[in-house]
Design a protein around this ligand. Structure first.
Ligand SMILES: [Fe+2]
Length: 382
């Protein structure tokens, strides 16, 4: 038997679609909404707008915004407590990957109890979650459509991957207007994250025809629009295309899972608290070079999706073009820094490598990787 599954929420896409928020929450049956966001999104005015749409639909709101760059377990614990005290019966996130993943994790603890570590790994959530609507304010994480919540375990200093079908929200509202208030640095980091999702899900061992379509579209859209989105933050065509890149990449990786790049960035992000997109930029090209030999045809497809001319080239030569093109893209958007410059000390590499081996994302990497392999890749990324 060769059976595959593909899960996705209802998706509302387009400029101005945040106006659908109130009606969407009414449709999923909530009456008082726990709205998770952060200071940056509040300052950009999007939370006020979201609250306006929720109130216009007759809904009550409770705002939770005590969040930092990488979503942390202690923030989730506090949020779950606030959710239970508030009498809310639905969750909305307006923000990037951090508020979105915190919102999902609050939903887990609010209805399933225990601590977040109980749910690390695949399919550990047993009870239904509160209804959820998510409106991303960045074009990168793809969490608005995914089965993932990635949360920092502050004691172990690593990111836990919680993967379950119940983490797919009921409705994703993707309004490209929201992403235009990101600055260039955040646009680069989040966009590179979306691009990495596309690459890793396309070469994943769990890839299917359905995820391939989404992954290749994400790669093509990001490689054609990310430079422009970074250099001109008000280019709404580039912003809209990056929102679609993030969405399609999210659909791809939610169903095909990821690979060694994310297994490694999850460890680094828990230790040095840099933006996840920046650590992806430092690691992705080295992981691609490691993986080339396992599936050169797939990397040739990536080169073609990125607009490279592969006519007359051998499969491997065409595949290598994909790595060159990715390095160029990372350099063009200002993210070619290396893990050392991002603040990682080499002495942590053995511990990070050990932890990366336990990350669920490594299971679908196209080439098997030992602890020594991971250590060698980490050293090349410094
Ligand atoms: Fe990511």
């Amino acid at each position: 038997m060769n059976i595959s599954k593909f899960v996705a929420p209802e998706i509302i896409f387009g400029r101005g679609s945040l106006s659908q928020l109130g009606e969407s929450v009414v449709r999923i049956g909530a009456s008082k909404v726990f709205l998770v966001s952060d200071e940056g999104v509040i300052n950009a005015g999007w939370v006020d707008q979201a609250v306006h749409y929720l109130h216009a639909a007759g809904l009550e709101t409770e705002i939770f915004s005590s969040l930092t760059t990488n979503p942390k377990d202690c923030e989730v614990t506090e949020g779950a407590l606030r959710y239970r005290e508030s009498g809310c019966d639905g969750i909305v996130a307006v923000g990037g990957g951090s508020p979105t993943d915190v919102a999902k994790a609050i939903a887990i603890l609010a209805t399933n109890g225990g601590v977040l570590q109980d749910y690390e790994g695949i399919n550990k959530i047993s009870r239904p979650l509160p209804p959820m609507v998510i409106a991303p304010s960045t074009a990168g994480a793809g969490s608005e459509v995914s089965q993932f919540a990635i949360i920092v375990d502050t004691a172990r200093k690593l990111k836990m991957s919680i993967i379950s079908k119940s983490l797919v929200p009921d409705i994703a509202i993707v309004d490209p207007e929201l992403v235009q208030t990101m600055d260039s640095k955040l646009a680069a980091a989040t966009g590179l994250d979306a691009f990495t999702h596309g690459i890793e899900s396309y070469v994943s061992l769990a890839a299917t025809t359905l995820t391939d379509i989404q992954a290749l579209k994400a790669i093509q859209l990001a490689s054609c629009n990310l430079r422009q989105a970074v250099t001109n933050r008000h280019d709404m065509e580039a912003n809209t295309n990056m929102s679609m890149a993030s969405l399609t990449a999210g659909l791809a990786f939610s169903n095909a899972i990821l690979g060694a790049t994310h297994a490694m960035t999850h460890q680094v992000d828990g230790l040095i608290d840099q933006h996840h997109g920046e650590t992806n930029a430092a690691i992705l090209p080295q992981v691609m070079e490691f993986n080339l030999i396992a599936c050169p045809e797939r990397f040739r497809d990536i080169a073609v999706a990125m607009g490279e001319n592969v006519t007359g080239l051998s499969t491997m030569a065409a595949a290598e073009l994909a790595v060159i093109a990715v390095k160029q893209l990372i350099s063009d958007i200002g993210l070619a820094k290396g893990l050392g410059k991002l603040g990682l000390a080499a002495e942590f590499i053995p511990l990070l490598s050990e932890n990366a081996l336990k990350d669920a994302c490594l299971v679908t990497n196209p080439r098997g990787a030992s602890r020594e392999d991971i250590e060698a890749i980490f050293r090349k990324c410094m």
